[in-house]
Design a protein around this ligand. Structure first.
Ligand SMILES: C[S@@+](CC[C@H](N)C(=O)[O-])C[C@H]1O[C@@H](n2cnc3c(N)ncnc32)[C@H](O)[C@@H]1O
Length: 370
């Protein structure tokens, strides 16, 4: 077929057609528009309506939701969030999931050949129980989740190219987070907590070759892909299939554990135990650092818009995550110093945002020391 280009040189992956590439470019451009201009217009319409109908009533989440629900621009935003993501994965010809499934036989065979000589760099546990809170949710609308079929890791890896559509380097999120690490410490043993496709720990190892890198995840397909990507990058990482509720590392082993957008995929009832377990395997003075979306103080409409993004993208635990007091949970779990560094951006994450509306991007860097 003339419009098929071979995958990116020597890297493991699918054959990507020109149609696939242009469709995914269209998805990226549409995200930028929806999270940029459509979101700005939603805020403007919302404030106009609120000032017209209820000038004297204090804004609450409930009345913000009621006003937003009736606005056509909000309905367009909600429809787009749901359906762009759906199309990204499941468009019948050029969705990521569709495209990878069309080549699944070859891709699974190749993946399993590539991991034959993994040795102690890949430790899989086919009998591991999958937690229910994870098993029944297709997070961010990836059909079937990221853990069932061998190709699921590759689908996840392709998907992240448009998760932060304005950042051409998907690893930028890790560099920004590591900037917040205390500078006076040595990070020798480093664990990527919920490593997924392995992008975070691979980027760490490329920049910190004297560290020993570890990646833990419950998903075997993700770990297989992560191992292959680490080999392609020329770094050594020990990937291991474990539940972060019950790690098989000894006490006081890691100098640093990091995580990325992990907390909103965990229900509140498990988070305290997971923090305790992370604290157990950290050395005294070790750092547990992570990035997570957060709310603006006193802007209930921002909360509703954030929740719209998350519910429609199948992120059910985000609702409680943004209200959780992670500093308190970390203190109770045994950390001695806890800090939440809030970042509020008017620009950058999803395109420029005008001054007359609340900033679009807000998140916390949680930095906990044992
Ligand atoms: C939000 S993703 C983060 C992936 C990656 N670290 C990144 O930066 O994009 C969450 C990851 O955590 C894994 N995960 C979720 N619950 C887990 C658990 N209980 N034990 C181990 N891994 C888990 C998922 O399989 C998924 O790969």
């Amino acid at each position: 077929m003339s419009n098929i280009s071979r995958k990116n040189s020597s890297n493991y992956g699918a054959n990507l057609s020109r149609d696939y590439k242009s469709f995914q470019d269209f998805i990226r451009a549409s995200y930028i528009n929806v999270y940029g201009e459509v979101t700005q217009e939603t805020y403007r319409s919302y404030f106009k309506e609120k000032n017209k109908l209820y000038p004297d009533i204090q804004e609450t989440r409930e009345n913000a939701a009621n006003i937003l629900d009736k606005l056509p621009i909000y309905q367009l935003k909600a429809w787009s969030i749901r359906n762009l993501r759906r199309l990204k994965y499941s468009q019948p010809n050029v969705g990521i999931d569709t495209m990878v499934h069309q080549q699944s036989n070859e891709l699974e065979k190749e993946l399993n050949e590539l991991i034959i000589n993994a040795g102690d760099e890949l430790d899989l546990n086919p009998d591991i129980p999958i937690p229910e809170y994870y098993k029944y949710v297709d997070f961010h609308q990836q059909p079937g989740g990221v853990w069932r079929d061998d190709i699921d890791g590759l689908i996840y890896d392709y998907g992240r190219a448009t998760t932060n559509p304005n950042q051409s380097d998907p690893n930028q999120v890790y560099y920004n987070m590591w900037d917040k690490l205390p500078k006076n410490k040595q990070y020798k043993n480093v664990l990527d907590w919920g490593t997924g496709h392995g992008g975070g720990i691979i980027a760490w190892m490329l920049n910190n070759p004297n560290s020993k890198g570890y990646g833990v995840d419950i998903s075997a397909p993700c770990l297989k892909l992560a191992h292959v990507r680490a080999r392609e990058a020329g770094v050594k990482v020990k990937f291991s299939q474990q539940d972060i509720a019950n790690l098989n590392y000894k006490d006081n082993f890691f100098d640093m554990i990091f995580h990325m957008f992990m907390l909103h995929e965990l229900p509140q009832k498990v988070t305290p135990f997971l923090f305790e377990e992370a604290c157990r395997v950290l050395k005294p003075g070790g750092i547990f650092i992570g990035m997570e979306l957060a709310l603006l103080e006193g802007v209930p409409s921002q909360h509703i818009l954030l929740q719209t993004d998350t519910w429609l993208n199948n992120e059910p635990y985000m609702a409680s995550c943004v209200d959780a007091d992670y500093k308190k949970i970390a203190k109770n779990a045994g950390f001695s110093k806890v800090e939440a560094i809030k970042v509020v951006r008017n620009t950058d994450a999803m395109g420029p945002v005008a001054k007359d509306i609340p900033p679009k991007a807000t998140w916390n860097y949680y930095v906990f020391e044992k």
